[in-house]
Each structure stands twice: as structure tokens, then as C-alpha cells.
Design a protein around this ligand. Structure first.
Ligand code: SF4
Ligand code: SF4
Length: 89
């Protein structure tokens, strides 16, 4: 029996997929409740919520890294408060 392997996503080694984008997600920072639901769904691991800086952690909102975001729209689909809207590039 062959065993599978789980390969950790390493952004330092990942090819930049931002140029594939036709649509891009925009986060409405007023609507975003910082729940983090979108983070594990992003196939490019290009969403971060919150900051390592404790002073601004209370204002945690989703941030998208457009160098890697390929515009698939999954984040907009899963956001429970519809804080992400897909727009033409
Ligand atoms: S559009 Fe796709 S690739 Fe871009 S942030 Fe959302 S889930 Fe990730
Ligand atoms: S799922 Fe929506 S509300 Fe939750 S962190 Fe992502 S953008 Fe913000």
C-alpha cells in the first residue's frame, strides 16, 4: 500500500500566481468581522487575518496578498458576512 504525503504550503518556495488573476477580491474592512473563515479555503494561502503586532490585533481584518492571489473567488463564496467582493482586475 502506498502512503500519501502532506506537503506544507511554503510561500517562500511557491510560484507567484497573482498574474493569473482576471478578477480580484476586495475586502470591505467595515464588514469584515475577522472570523478567519476565508483563510483555510484560499488555495494560494494568500489571506491573513490579524497582525503579530498586539497593538493592532483588536482591529483584525482579512488582508490579501495580491502577489499570490489568483482570483478564484472561493474566499468571497465562503465569507459569512459577504465582506469580500470580486471585481474585474
Ligand atoms: S480569490 Fe482565491 S486565491 Fe485570491 S484570496 Fe480569494 S481564495 Fe485566495
Ligand atoms: S471570512 Fe469574511 S469576515 Fe471572516 S475574515 Fe474572511 S473576509 Fe473577514
Amino acid at each position: 500500500m502506498e502512503l500519501g504525503a502532506v506537503i506544507k504550503h511554503n510561500l517562500d518556495k511557491a510560484p507567484k500566481t497573482g498574474a493569473w488573476r482576471y478578477m480580484h477580491p476586495e475586502v470591505d474592512k467595515e464588514k469584515c468581522i475577522g472570523c478567519g473563515t476565508c483563510v483555510p479555503f484560499c488555495p494560494e494561502a494568500s489571506i491573513e487575518v490579524g497582525s503579530k503586532n498586539k497593538e493592532v490585533r483588536s482591529k483584525k481584518k482579512a488582508e490579501i496578498d495580491y502577489e499570490y492571489c489568483k482570483g478564484c473567488g472561493v474566499c468571497a463564496q465562503v465569507c459569512p458576512v459577504k465582506a469580500i467582493v470580486m471585481k474585474k482586475k
